[in-house]
Design a protein around this ligand. Structure first.
Ligand SMILES: [Zn+2]
Length: 304
């Protein structure tokens, strides 16, 4: 996620929020050992940790390299791609694996932003392989999101975008029990929004819709006109503070200096395992699976 000060300047229309009760049914014991492995001193070793996790689970993947750019000081990038099924049209599930590099040259632990989403999607891959979607599901672990969404922009320039029915991006899904979602300006038919709200209702989740959402790789899909949603999680109070900031900016009514904790946590040494709530990561896994399964139905394809 890119910090909100940039997003605050991009204020647009107001919208009414919605709320319900919260549950998570699955076991989350898998989270900590897997997530711990994403804590690495640099992004090259985060990439290796991700590849090792996929290999151990017998998940085939490819690495889609892209050239360096001025924004990356010429450093090339590496998106990791897993394909499930061979349907005629695509659904994309994405999360960036790179972390912010501090002034001392060392990566932050980057479990909130965005290691938790990465391991949630690794779990979702196994579940989706078991489910067998009609669409081809392309799971992409993006590089260089923190440098300006470079990985998602590069990937979309490399693939046949006309095949993609919709995309779901996970970013900052490590704690809290309210689901925040947004970035849906390209979802003009409202199919993605309907699916998100259906999953939220069915799983009795507290889901809050944003018209203005902190930017992440969803923006690259929206610019390409592909229906997309970005999914995050926050504690309920933080989620509503964030909503007010993103939709009302300086007129949020929040007391001076009140800022959702996430903005003082991501991109800092505080983004570490101590901030992680395993049930939230497990919820992200379940949501990733459910959203793709529902989109697979919603964008109906002829049965085989
Ligand atoms: Zn992020």
């Amino acid at each position: 996620m890119i910090k909100p000060l940039v997003a605050l300047t991009a204020l647009t229309l107001l919208a009414a929020p919605a709320a319900a009760q919260t549950t998570t049914s699955g076991d989350s014991a898998w989270v900590t050992p897997m997530l711990q492995r994403m804590v690495q001193p640099d992004n090259a070793r985060r990439l290796e940790a991700l590849k090792a996790m996929l290999k151990e689970k017998g998940i085939a993947f490819t690495v889609a390299d892209f050239p360096g750019s001025p924004d990356s000081q010429g450093v090339p990038g590496h998106n990791v791609v897993v394909t499930i099924g061979d349907g005629p049209r695509d659904l994309v599930l994405g999360a960036h694996y790179d972390a912010v590099i501090q002034e001392n040259g060392k990566a932050v632990d980057g479990v909130v932003d965005n290691g938790a989403s990465v391991v949630a999607l690794v779990q979702a891959i196994e579940a989706l392989q078991g489910y067998g979607p009609r669409h081809r599901v392309v799971v992409v672990f993006f590089d260089q999101e923190e440098l300006g969404l470079l990985g998602s922009k590069a990937w979309l320039a490399q693939v046949d975008r006309s095949r993609i029915d919709a995309a779901v991006i996970f970013d900052v899904d490590a704690y809290g029990d309210s689901v925040i979602y947004g970035g849906m300006k390209s979802d003009t038919r409202g199919v993605v929004r309907g699916v998100v709200q259906g999953v939220c209702t069915r799983k009795a989740l507290d889901c809050i819709r944003f018209d203005n959402f902190p930017p992440s790789d969803d923006q690259s899909f929206a610019v390409a006109g592909i229906p997309v949603v970005s999914i995050g999680q926050q504690p309920a109070v933080d989620a509503h503070q964030l909503w007010l900031l993103m939709h009302k900016g300086r007129d949020s009514g929040l007391a001076q200096g009140v800022m959702p904790r996430v903005f003082t946590l991501i991109h800092t040494p505080d983004d570490n395992m101590g901030a992680v709530e395993a049930p939230a990561v497990n919820r992200a896994f379940e949501m990733a699976f459910e959203l793709i399964r529902e989109l697979d139905e919603a964008y109906a394809l002829p049965s085989r």
